[in-house]
Design a protein around this ligand. Structure first.
Ligand code: F6R
Length: 614
């Protein structure tokens, strides 16, 4: 999604703004822009360009504008194409007010018509430009900034975080936040502002996370915070401990590769953390042990990779904790009837804790008497704040757009949670919970070792060979089916190869028509003997039609290995953890294919990390 960054202080702002934007560029990279106040005449100056941030950097080298207050933006297009014209910042009619914005103004069409009728002229197709014009019109009727902002936000609908610089207030940044994150880093004679504190990590440890529906007036030595109705809010500063070097690529070609290799540690950290909170976990989840014991069912919700992790988790909750589990795609859930049932809990799964659809699903369920719990990787996220409770994964920051370690730590946490609930319900005892933790660590070991085992043959032989194909079919059964879904998503998003995933039993109900020598079938095996035999049958169906098979098999699955054209053999782990054990190898294989195809792996086209708009 879009990122906003701002600076006001004793130093020139451009360097910080561009550095902050480059740290957040993984969230959106369709266009970029910068605006600042000219120190000589207090007038706004700006530069913007289509495409990646580097183009803006080059432009600014030729036209080196700078000032002590500056704002910047990287865009992930929602309203209007990726063009220079639609790049932020946007302005009012007189170019006296500049705005950079993350989010969506839902009533922008109606507002645009109203503003056009009163003589405002627009220069872009964006919803953001409406904010600048509306701010102009609010300031014409309310002279003081706080009053004008109250008037402005009363007219805006949607989710937004924006920063505005105004000619008339050259020393002040205006920050407004509703349902999209915005934070302020407090420095010495300087203030850093961003939609994500990663932008200023290492520059200050003192951070204000703006509350929802609030606005702030930020000068180099002061922050005034207000509610949307204009009443002041006491400023609460939190101390955070993050440095930027924690997020460098550390010698890897891509963040994705670094993050693939971080998985073993991330799983260990997640298990250790969950183990350390095992006695207070129900408090964290905002529930009581009694409520847990009374649970009759669970609802899971998420988007994309997090939904896939939830799908695998459904097998854990049903088999280990004996809880019927319903799984929902957040983007669908919001528009379907919801039938609340008693003794249920609603677990929202999200790496970022900011995904708009999942967040809205939580808000919807919060209206009923059902506990909402966020399973997320970001403790300061909106989902943690807005759910009744939370469970945290310990993946560390994930920068590559394609999720890797977030997925494996979600699967880890879901497996652990299913056991912890089963333990509370006395379905298993504490030593079985301890064994489950051990099984997760074993799977993490296998996840990493299998990459090492196949690394050379993938790089030298398999990736070049399979990068030539234009489409692939993915098959799985039981919990290897959601894993097939996740694998197909990885291949699509980073290699741009068309990939479709099916439960293997569905083959003969249609997809078998796709089988030919140009469409490899990738099959993910299972350790359960019955499921395995069924999968072997499906591979025979594919081979009988001249298909080409790549098998992710477990050690000893000879029949499958003999049938397949390419085999990855994976050491056996606890049966339910098969997908976790296969995760590293699957990700590495597709990473290597994408690299072979020279794709921009960390920032695939059209995508962005953390989808904070619907
Ligand atoms: C794919 C990917 C996305 C996210 C999805 C949800 O690799 O990363 O599908 O999983 O956008 O994001 P979170 O988990 O932040 O809610």
């Amino acid at each position: 999604m879009c990122s906003v960054v701002g600076y006001v202080g004793n130093e020139y702002s451009r360097k910080f703004v561009l550095e902050g934007l480059s740290r957040l560029e993984y969230r959106g990279y369709d266009s970029a822009g910068f605006a600042c106040i000219d120190p000589d005449n207090n007038r706004l100056m700006y530069a913007k360009s289509e495409g990646k941030l580097q183009r803006l950097v080059s432009l600014l080298e030729k036209e080196p504008i700078d000032g002590f207050a500056g704002i910047g933006h990287t865009r992930w297009s929602t309203h209007g194409a990726s063009s220079e014209q639609n790049a932020h910042p946007h302005f009012d009619c007189e170019k006296l007010i500049s705005v950079v914005h993350n989010g969506i103004i839902e009533n922008h069409t109606e507002l645009r018509h109203q503003l056009e009728k009163t003589g405002h002229t627009f220069h872009s197709e964006t919803d953001t430009e409406i904010i600048a014009h509306l701010f102009e019109s609010s300031l014409s009727v309310r002279k003081e900034l706080p009053e004008a902002i109250v008037h402005l936000v009363q007219q805006l609908q949607g989710a937004y975080a924006f920063i505005s610089l105004l000619n008339a207030h050259p020393d002040t940044m205006v920050l407004v936040r509703k349902r999209s994150p915005l934070c302020i880093g407090l420095g010495d004679g300087q203030m850093f502002v961003a939609s994500d504190m990663l932008a200023f990590a290492g520059k200050t440890r003192n951070v204000i996370f703006m509350p929802d529906e609030s606005f702030a007036l930020v000068c180099k030595d002061s922050v005034e915070l207000y509610r949307f109705d204009g009443t002041p809010i006491a400023v609460s500063v939190q101390e955070v401990d993050v440095t930027w070097d924690m997020y460098e690529k550390q010698g890897h070609d891509h963040y994705m590769l670094k993050e693939i290799y971080e998985q073993k540690t991330a799983i260990h950290d997640t298990v250790d953390f969950l183990h350390s909170v095992k006695d207070r976990i129900w408090d964290d989840m905002g529930m009581s042990a009694k409520q847990i014991c009374a649970l009759d069912s669970i609802n899971l919700v998420g988007c994309g990779t997090s939904w896939h992790a939830g799908y695998i988790g459904k097998f854990f909750f049903e088999t280990i904790a004996m809880l019927p589990t319903q799984l929902h795609l957040a983007s669908e859930f919001r528009y379907l009837p919801f039938f609340p049932v008693k003794n249920n809990m609603f677990l929202a799964i999200s790496q970022s804790g900011e995904t708009a659809d999942t967040l809205e699903a939580i808000r919807m369920v919060n209206e009923f008497q059902i506990p909402t719990v966020a399973l997320t990787n970001v403790s300061s996220s909106t989902m943690v704040r807005e759910s009744e409770g939370f469970v945290l994964t310990q993946a560390g920051r994930e920068i590559a757009v394609a999720s890797t370690k977030a997925f494996s730590t979600q699967v880890t946490a879901l497996y652990w949670m299913a056991h912890r609930i089963a333990c509370e319900k006395k379905i298993i005892n504490t030593s079985q919970l301890e064994s489950a933790q051990h099984d997760l660590l074993v799977a993490a070991e296998v996840l990493e070792n299998t990459i090492e085992n196949y690394k050379l043959s993938i790089i030298k032989d398999l990736a070049p060979r399979y990068a030539r194909y234009k489409k692939m079919i993915f098959l799985g059964r039981h919990n290897s089916y959601p894993f097939a879904l996740e694998s197909a998503l990885k291949l699509k998003e980073i290699a741009y190869i068309l990939a479709t995933a099916y439960p293997a039993g569905e083959l003969k109900h249609g997809p078998l028509a796709l089988i030919d020598a140009d469409t490899p079938t990738i099959i993910f095996s299972h350790q359960d003997p019955l499921i395995y035999q069924k999968l072997v049958g499906n591979v025979q169906e594919v081979k009988a039609r001249g298909g080409h098979v790549i098998a992710f098999a477990f050690e000893g699955q000879k029949e499958l290995c003999d049938l397949a054209d390419t085999v990855f053999e994976i050491p056996r782990v606890k049966s339910m953890l098969g997908p976790l054990a296969m995760t590293g190898l699957m990700q590495f294989f597709f990473y290597a294919i994408a690299k072979e195809l020279d794709r921009p792996i960390d920032k695939p086209r059209n995508l962005a990390k953390s989808v904070t708009v619907e």
